[in-house]
Ligand binder design. Structure first.
Ligand code: ATP
Ligand code: MG
Length: 380
């Protein structure tokens, strides 16, 4: 009898057809890379993944945050015979404080003499005979005792919900515009959870935004890195662009023109590093610049898909995710960001594309973009 961790991946991966093998391989690699430095053994039995380790708690903490994992369970492995299965199921249930239960059997090993339902029935009555404090409730049990019959048999009553999503790195890549705020780290997390590889860009307006504001973004990058493994942060100097806009453009158009520059820079970097798309933390209607018209006018300069995973989320729900992924405390540190310093009193909420193009035509857009990229800093 051995204790193991059963690792179950998201059902979506089963539906991948011919690509399923690739998703499984990526997921296995991702699990292995979060377990570097720990002692463990990875075991497979008829398509099920198990981890054996003396450091069970630490392994579970790591594995449950790997994107693509749906659930982890602590299982006991016994010989595939009814006697051992019944004893272990009784033990698992008796160790818990639950009073109603049901047995759920999955028989992958078709050579096993009893069918799933028969196994469940036999194990159930064995438990009832040996523990008079519990009763069966097939519809709404407090505890489900699972019996999986493969080459060996695996019994478990305890399941731990994991992060879900899809294996990181399986679904292309995106350049996340990462500010120091609450929203953009959440947007990045949501993309990463769907398997999209993240890269991050921060526009820094030195000396209007301090070194501390930049450190905060680095810190947020480090938190996101806990989920993604590697993560590169590009810090692009933004002051000159903002100064030029302030000097040469209409005050009520500052924000939208600035946002178009941010978009151009993100796309240019994406092009340079072979990244498929751009992601922002915008949410419709949240602030004056995040109107439908505003988003349309910023997207006009994008040469690739722009994703806004928070677009239909309420701020309170975004904050909940941000607490859950532990970026919140860092995000609320009170350092200025470049957009709060240069906010017009009455920003245009319904910018018109033709007018904006005309207004910004006084700027040497290409030169400004090129120079900013030339002077960027890279943190790996
Ligand atoms: P956040 O909480 O992510 O800062 P926000 O609600 O403050 O968002 P805005 O300031 O309008 O909204 O920014 C909208 C989006 O633009 C951000 O979510 C982020 O993706 C991007 N962004 C804004 N400022 C910067 C910056 N200095 N560097 C990189 N991206 C930025
Ligand atoms: Mg912000």
């Amino acid at each position: 009898m051995t204790k193991l961790i059963l690792v179950k991946y998201a059902p979506e991966i089963f539906l991948k057809g011919l690509n399923r093998g690739k998703f499984e391989k990526k997921l296995k690699d991702n699990i292995k890379s979060v377990l570097i430095g720990l002692e463990y053994e990875f075991v497979e039995d008829q398509g099920r993944w198990f981890i054996y380790s003396e450091q069970m708690e630490r392994i579970i903490e790591k594995v449950k945050n790997v994107f693509g994992i749906m659930e982890v369970c602590i299982v006991t492995r016994v010989e595939a015979n009814m006697e051992d299965i019944e004893k272990q199921a009784l033990l698992d249930l008796s160790e818990s404080s639950f009073k109603t239960f049901k047995i759920q059997t999955n028989r992958a090993n078709k050579n096993f003499p009893l069918k799933s339902l028969e196994v469940s029935r036999k194990v159930g009555s064995y438990i009832l005979q040996n523990n008079d404090e519990v009763t069966v409730d097939v519809h709404n049990p407090e505890c489900i005792v699972n019996v999986e019959i493969r080459k060996m048999a695996y019994i478990y009553a305890k399941r731990i919900k994991a992060v879900g999503g899809l294996p990181y790195g399986m679904n292309g890549s995106t350049m996340l515009m990462l500010s120091g705020g609450i929203d953009s780290p959440v947007a990045g997390y949501m993309m990463a959870r769907r398997g999209v590889e993240l890269h991050a860009v921060y526009y820094h307006s030195h000396p209007y935004t301090s070194e501390r504001a930049k450190d905060k973004v680095k810190q947020l990058t480090n938190i996101l890195k806990e989920y993604t493994g590697k993560l590169t942060l590009y810090v692009v100097p933004f002051t000159e662009i903002q100064m030029q806009i302030i000097e040469k453009c209409r005050e009520d158009e500052l924000t939208i023109i600035m946002r178009r520059f941010m978009m151009r820079l993100a796309c240019r970097l994406a092009e340079k590093f072979g990244i498929n798309s751009v992601t922002t933390g915008e949410s419709i209607g949240q602030v004056a610049s995040q109107t439908m018209e505003g988003l349309v006018v910023s997207d006009d300069v994008a040469d690739r898909p722009v994703f806004r995973p928070l677009v239909a989320m309420d701020k309170v729900d975004i904050m909940d995710v941000s607490r859950k992924i532990e970026t919140y405390e860092t995000s609320i540190l009170p350092y200025e960001d470049c957009c709060t310093i240069f906010v017009p009193k009455h920003p245009k909420t319904k910018p018109r594309l033709v007018e904006i193009i005309k207004s910004e035509s006084v700027l040497d857009i290409e030169a400004l973009v090129e120079k900013a990229i030339l002077e960027m800093e890279i943190y790996k």
